[in-house]
Design a protein around this ligand. Structure first.
Ligand SMILES: Nc1ncnc2c1ncn2[C@@H]1O[C@H](COP(=O)(O)OP(=O)(O)O)[C@@H](O)[C@H]1O
Ligand SMILES: O=P(O)(O)OC[C@H]1O[C@H](OP(=O)(O)OP(=O)(O)O)[C@H](O)[C@@H]1O
Length: 197
């Protein structure tokens, strides 16, 4: 049967919707926080992406466009969007975790934020930000995209920055990853996702 996530209740758990420009450090922050998040009972959604399997530095599940389309038709995704010439899907498992009352962290898209909020009205939106000059350096240093793709990502960032959502909680990752991890945990405690220590 085909599912449409908009038909479903979002459950009682809290969705942590992490966004930010490509290269701002979302994946790095998630990786660096993984053990502490697990210990705190926060689940992390594994994205499905039509990115080639050789792509470096990605903890996502890589599929072909045909496989992605088949999964979408089967209703395998709680959310999905297209950006940077790629399809991204968030597995339906997220809704099961939320229904169990668990907090779930998702590496999301800024362009999809309004739709995500419509589906999960109590989501916590967190924006990972870095200074502009740092962003270019990090994208180039990551070495995953071509020079043209890096420019396209920077241009997309400039466009999306203009649409900044005032409800976003900003987390700076211009300095060390440890500082950003600490900031994430402070935010999760301040927002009541995790208990105060
Ligand atoms: N605080 C940081 N200091 C230095 N390098 C970082 C930091 N955070 C991320 N990076 C590096 O920047 C690049 C982009 O990070 P990544 O996590 O892939 O970003 P995103 O998932 O947002 O696209 C990677 O090469 C990563 O190792
Ligand atoms: O609408 P935007 O906020 O621009 O986001 C669009 C997509 O780009 C980012 O993924 P990307 O493939 O760049 O993954 P990465 O940045 O985590 O490597 C982000 O995780 C979204 O899936």
């Amino acid at each position: 049967m085909q599912h449409d996530a908009s038909d479903r209740q979002s459950g009682t758990g809290r969705l942590i919707y992490l966004v930010g420009p490509s290269g701002s450090g979302k994946d790095s922050l998630i990786d660096a926080s993984r053990e502490r998040l697990a210990a705190a009972g926060v689940e992390i959604a594994r994205r499905v992406i039509t990115r080639s399997a050789e792509a470096k530095g990605e903890a996502a599940h890589g599929v072909t466009s045909e496989q992605f389309e088949a999964l979408r038709e089967q209703g395998a995704f709680a959310m999905h969007w297209r950006a940077n010439g790629l399809d991204y899907g968030i597995p339906l498992q997220v809704d099961r975790w939320l229904a169990e009352g668990r907090a779930v962290l998702v590496n999301g898209s800024r362009a999809y934020l309004a739709e995500a909020r419509r589906r999960y009205p109590n989501l916590l939106a967190v924006l990972v930000e870095v200074r502009h000059e740092v962003l270019r350096e990090r994208l180039v240093a990551r070495g995953r995209e071509s020079a043209e793709e890096v420019e396209q990502r920077l241009a997309r960032n400039a466009r999306l920055q203009a649409l900044a959502d005032p409800s976003l909680h900003v987390l700076d990752n211009s300095t060390t990853l440890e500082t950003a991890v600490e900031g994430l945990f402070v935010l999760l405690r301040d927002e009541g996702v995790l208990p105060q220590v």
